[in-house]
Design a protein around this ligand. Structure first.
Ligand SMILES: [Zn+2]
Length: 110
């Protein structure tokens, strides 16, 4: 094939022209797959971690509260229960805030 930019003959498998370095338009499988991963969502792992934490903390708090109530440690149980409720409330508030901000962002086209 011939380069679109300089017109010189280049290898069919070339991704870029050997002479001028301009991309030939041939899809590069490696670049395409890595671009697909990076363009998917760079915040995905962080968000997954946040969701795991948001679920884990209240659940762990409730579990610890129940364990303490069973052991007869009502005071400690109550503390864990309050921690679980507060962390759940904070998580819900954060999620709602982020959602509202996102909606605002999308609606205003900022
Ligand atoms: Zn060229």
């Amino acid at each position: 094939m011939y380069c679109n930019h300089c017109g010189k003959e280049i290898d069919e498998m070339s991704i870029v022209c050997n002479f001028c370095g301009v991309p030939t338009g041939r899809p590069n499988p490696a670049a395409a797959s890595s671009a697909g991963v990076s363009s998917k969502d760079p915040n995905e792992p962080a968000r997954g971690g946040f969701i795991a934490l948001a679920i884990f903390v209240p659940v762990a708090g409730v579990a610890l509260a129940i364990m303490n109530f069973i052991d007869g440690k009502k005071r400690a149980g109550k503390t864990y229960l309050i921690t679980a409720i507060v962390s759940a409330a904070v998580t819900v508030t954060l999620c709602v805030t982020v959602y509202l901000l996102l909606m605002f962002y999308l609606l205003t086209g900022f």
